[in-house]
Design a protein around this ligand. Structure first.
Ligand code: SF4
Length: 284
């Protein structure tokens, strides 16, 4: 892993494209991701962003934005005003192209510093997105932030199998992530599970029953078709992920599988589909 300590020019990025319906701004404390060689890194759409990777192999580099907290403090008022002038809430999505609780966070605590800055200058809505149970390191800060803004915690759990054939292990086991959800939900924090991209489920009824029992508010179900930034899933189709999924269940690589799973999930929890779900729109 190549780790670079780099000052960044910008930390609150005004949304465009797919993200526009979800948030006014994205915030990435790191560039690159230490989970890139885990299972989620295989189909991770960020790996196809040449502007971000600059020729480097996904999962083998991470740029640490050492001035992120400072930048947040310097620009938050301007960016909040920018959103409000457009009559949209100042909604920050953290993160769209990295994981805020990746391994580097244990050492550099860039995410923590930003969250602490947000306690002083909160956005209207904060969406935290992670694959890691390490989010528990910041429980106290999350508690306090939830008093200052509309906080939604998204934990990615793509399915009920820890491994798909031929793929590496996930960043945290399913049990670790479910246990994190339980701990955060018990404290009254709003938690949401993201099946994104949806993997073939072994026992959907049991899985959604288990998620419901953790106290999560809702689930987001997002197939790689329509969910990877392309309508046909063409980005993901270039990776090994669809083959690994189809080894388990052939029909899961087609969109009707998503719809079958949505119907089952609605028996247990409110469901948001793809971008609508990430934007906080759920129905049961
Ligand atoms: S944790 Fe997120 S950003 Fe990192 S490799 Fe996995 S999917 Fe990509």
């Amino acid at each position: 892993m190549q780790t670079n300590l780099l000052p960044s020019k910008n930390i609150l990025t005004r949304s465009s494209g797919y993200l526009k319906e979800i948030c006014s701004h994205s915030l990435n404390p790191y560039s690159g991701c230490g989970f890139g060689l885990s299972s989620c890194g295989v189909g991770c759409y960020v790996r196809f962003n040449p502007w971000l990777t600059r020729g480097r192999k996904w999962g083998e580099f991470v740029d640490i934005k050492i001035n992120a907290e400072q930048l947040y403090r310097q620009t938050v008022t301007r960016e909040k005003n920018w959103a409000h002038k457009r009559a949209i809430p100042f909604t920050v999505f953290m993160s769209s192209s990295t994981d805020p609780w990746q391994p580097a966070e244990k050492k550099y605590r860039i995410t923590r510093a930003i969250l602490q800055a947000m306690q002083d200058e909160p956005p209207d809505t904060l969406i935290l997105q992670t694959h890691s149970a390490n989010i528990l390191d910041d429980q106290e800060t999350l508690q306090e932030l939830s008093q200052r803004c509309n906080l939604r915690i998204h934990i990615s759990i793509e399915g009920d199998r820890n491994r798909l054939p031929g793929l590496p292990p996930p960043p945290s086991s399913i049990e670790q992530r479910i246990s994190a959800l339980e701990k955060l939900s018990t404290q009254g924090l709003k938690t949401i599970v993201c099946l994104s991209p949806l993997y073939p489920l072994n026992n959907p009824h049991l899985f959604f029953q288990r998620l419901e029992s953790t106290g999560v508010t809702a689930v987001i179900i997002d197939h790689f078709i329509e969910g990877d930034g392309t309508t046909s899933g063409s980005r993901t189709l270039k990776t090994h992920l669809p083959f690994a999924m189809s080894q388990v269940q052939e029909d899961c690589v087609h969109l009707p599988y998503r719809d079958q799973i949505i119907d089952i999930a609605r028996g247990y929890l409110p469901v948001g589909v793809s971008a609508q779900g990430f934007a906080g729109h759920f129905s049961q």
